[in-house]
Design a protein around this ligand. Structure first.
Ligand code: ASP
Length: 404
């Protein structure tokens, strides 16, 4: 009962926020703090939640063989779905040709461009942290995940009494963190009201620009995302997981709306974990392994968006990308989506990787800046949706009985 109510509350808050943001843009400063507070609370639980979750999950998986099998399934799912997403984007951008004849006058500077390009090659090396506390302080998800998996795994190699102490400790910490998360979730409608009112007030002025020159580009991204989210992933859910996609969708409404509102898979992670465990009935063993990893590396929506955006920029500059170069776009879009952090606008910055790979000017990014916020919301929801589908499919393949 309460669950249904929360969904409705969130939807109503969402609609009210849109109306409020449009009618009283100046009044937004009085409500934005609610969104800020909600995001802070979510970020507060992320690190202790994923560490306790992964350590207890991995130590319960037990042996290297099970862990390896789970890892292989998870990575296969991520790569396959992201590739599907990119190909879908490539299809729509080639059909609609949004960049042909697009106005090039809108070049703007994008923050963080160089940093993203430089650090991309180091991403793999940086998975091994030099100082785990530094990684926690900087929210370096991949390092934290790596360390937690290692920690959980080696708990199982210790003597009985050490093992019991550690297992009890991390299981209990995880329980406490889940309780705190559920408490924060109750405030989702208020938080989303604050966030959406702010976004609407800020973006209202862009509407003309969006419709004029970026409309077809946005359409290509949105159609691609809708196809991937409502056709490809449900089919995979049905045929590989044998679950009812609609029921799973219902179970996921709160995290999906939150992903949409916050544009951050990482900030949504606590809600995703709670929904997949509580509503779908997936074990902590599977969620703890797949979801934190998914929020960081599995970004179907971002992958699709990267590909469409790069192709759009190429078209706008009048550069014809041949088959071979489109293959490069696909591969780099995959890498860029893996490398993108689960935070707002991360995907935009990562497009520089693709542009560099196919020799397009980075200034092209200025072209698509105006509509990034709205597309970010949609791709983030797709990212979280794909993560959750992955968790369900893997749980099924491990023989778990689910509620959906
Ligand atoms: N905002 C997205 C996410 O958190 C990443 C992106 O910018 O594409 O999933």
């Amino acid at each position: 009962m309460l669950k249904l109510e929360l969904h409705w509350q969130i939807l109503i808050a969402f609609i009210l926020a849109v109306v409020f943001g449009l009618l009283f843009p100046e009044g937004v400063t009085y409500v934005e703090w609610m969104g800020t507070l909600f995001l802070r609370a979510l970020k507060m639980v992320i690190i202790p939640l994923i560490i306790s979750s992964i350590v207890s999950g991995v130590s319960n998986i037990g042996n290297a063989e099970n862990l390896g099998r789970l890892g292989l399934k998870t990575m296969t799912y991520y790569l396959v779905t992201s590739t599907f997403a990119i190909l879908t984007g490539l299809f729509f951008v080639n059909i609609l040709q949004p960049g042909v004849g697009a106005d090039l006058g809108l070049s703007k500077q994008v923050e963080g461009l160089d940093a993203a390009r430089d650090s991309f090659g180091d991403t793999l090396l940086n998975i091994v942290p030099t100082n785990i506390f530094n990684s926690m302080a900087n929210m370096d998800m991949l390092s934290i995940i790596f360390f937690s998996i290692l920690f959980g795994f080696f708990i199982t190699k210790t003597q009985e009494h050490h093992k019991d102490t550690m297992l009890n400790f991390f299981d209990s910490t995880f329980e406490v963190m889940m309780k705190i998360t559920m408490f924060i979730i109750k405030f989702t409608p208020i938080g989303i009201f604050g966030i959406i009112a702010g976004v609407v007030a800020e973006q209202a002025g862009n509407l003309g620009e969006v419709l004029a020159s970026l409309g077809i580009y946005s359409l290509a991204v949105v159609l691609g995302l809708l196809f991937h989210g409502f056709v490809t992933l449900p089919l995979i859910l049905k045929f590989f997981g044998n679950v009812n996609p609609y029921k799973h969708f219902q179970a996921m409404t709160t995290p999906l709306l939150t992903a949409f509102s916050t544009s951050s898979s990482s900030a949504t992670l606590p809600l995703t974990m709670t929904a997949v465990e509580e509503n779908d009935g997936v074990s902590n063993k599977v969620t703890s392994f797949t979801l934190p990893l998914g929020a960081t590396v599995n970004m179907d929506g971002t992958a699709l968006y990267e590909c469409v955006a790069a192709m759009f920029i190429a078209q706008a500059y009048g550069v014809e990308l041949g088959f071979f170069q489109q293959v490069i776009v696909v591969i780099t879009a995959l890498l860029a989506s893996i490398g993108a952090a689960g935070i707002p606008m991360a995907g935009l910055v990562m497009i520089s990787v693709i542009l560099t790979a196919v020799g397009l000017p980075l200034e092209g990014l200025g072209l698509i800046l105006a509509v990034d916020r709205v597309l970010d919301m949609m791709r983030t929801a797709t990212n979280v949706w794909s993560d959750s589908c992955g968790a369900v499919i893997i749980a099924k393949s491990e023989g778990e009985e689910l509620k959906i």
